[in-house]
Ligand binder design. Structure first.
Ligand code: NAD
Length: 281
């Protein structure tokens, strides 16, 4: 079982991944090019764990241990004795491929190189290393400390040992895993994004008001929030990006992004994070 993991990228996802690893009692080196980003992530992790201790959901000893178990670095090569790497940097294929070359030299032989990518084929990232059998997709959901699911994606060359080690680590972090083939969107986004995109079409066609469409889906299909509110929370730019990945990758026009979604993104209406999307915040 992995004991020392490197998490590369200390943004929204990387900091959450580091937090659940610390909560599992692991040693974590969190890497980011931005020193400011690292400091913010360390604060976010500590306050997240503190809140859980206050609610009685986390043992105080794990919060104390996290002080010693968390190290930060501006380059992955500073980390020694690494069993497992999880990459969660900006979604850019060239960047990820370069980083995997670097991680290849950092992770011990027999260790695992995992990526949290939402849209880049695992097989392509794996091909940039000398050990594609050790590369796997480990797709956490946002916010990581709250969401139970991790999708595991096997690339064309991923070995059974790599898969088993990754599943064991995810379970140690308190997550439930599912396995997906290396196809655009994997399972969750393949099904979710077309539904959100369809909700955008219903707004564009005037089928109902934004509120009625969300209420219909919330109460009619027992979802915790309506699709338009969820799209606003995910970020309309992210939804559009994934819709484009599905459209291009699967080559089927049924995945074409809704023009209204594109227009909102052009207007800078990205949803909650920009103050305006289908709703105003
Ligand atoms: P983010 O922008 O919050 O964080 C990305 C971090 O990567 C930044 O802190 C940036 O400084 C850092 N970075 C950039 N280049 C780097 C380098 N060379 N070395 C080290 N760090 C570097 O992004 P995020 O939302 O956390 O997404 C990260 C990954 O997770 C992406 O691949 C994304 O597709 C995936 N993902 C995101 C979500 C989500 O809902 N946000 C969900 C699942 C998966």
């Amino acid at each position: 079982m992995a004991e020392h993991i490197v998490v590369v990228g200390a943004g929204q996802m990387g900091s959450g991944i580091a937090q659940v690893a610390l909560q599992a009692g692991l040693r974590v080196t969190l890497v980011d090019v931005s020193k400011e980003g690292l400091a913010k992530a360390a604060d976010r992790i500590k306050s997240g764990m503190k809140k859980l201790v206050e609610k009685g959901k986390l043992d105080e000893a794990l919060l104390k241990a996290a002080e010693a178990n968390l190290a930060t670095a501006t380059s992955a090569s500073e980390a020694k004795d690494v069993d497992f790497a999880i990459e969660a940097v900006t979604e850019n294929e060239d960047l990820k491929r370069r980083l995997f070359l670097e991680l290849d030299a950092v992770v011990k032989p027999g260790g695992v190189l995992a990526t949290n990518t939402s849209s880049i084929p695992i097989t392509r990232i794996a091909a940039s290393t000398k050990r594609p059998e050790s590369v796997i997709g480990m797709h956490f959901m946002n916010p990581v400390p709250v969401m139970k699911l991790v999708e595991l994606i096997r690339g064309a060359a991923t070995s059974e040992e790599t898969y088993q080690a990754t599943k064991a680590l995810a379970e140690k972090m308190g997550k439930t895993t599912v396995v997906s083939k290396d196809f655009p969107g994997f399972i969750v986004n393949r099904i979710l994004i077309p539904m959100l995109n369809e909700a955008c079409f219903t707004v564009m066609e005037g089928l109902g008001t934004v509120e009625d469409i969300d209420t219909a889906m919330k109460l009619g299909t027992n979802q915790p929030m309506g699709p338009l509110q969820l799209a606003d929370f995910i970020g309309l730019d992210t939804c559009l990006y994934i819709a484009e990945v599905l459209h291009k990758g699967l080559g089927d026009d049924k995945y074409r992004p809704c023009p209204l979604l594109r227009q909102y993104v052009d207007a800078g209406w990205f949803g909650k994070k920009s103050g305006r999307g289908f709703y105003k915040y």
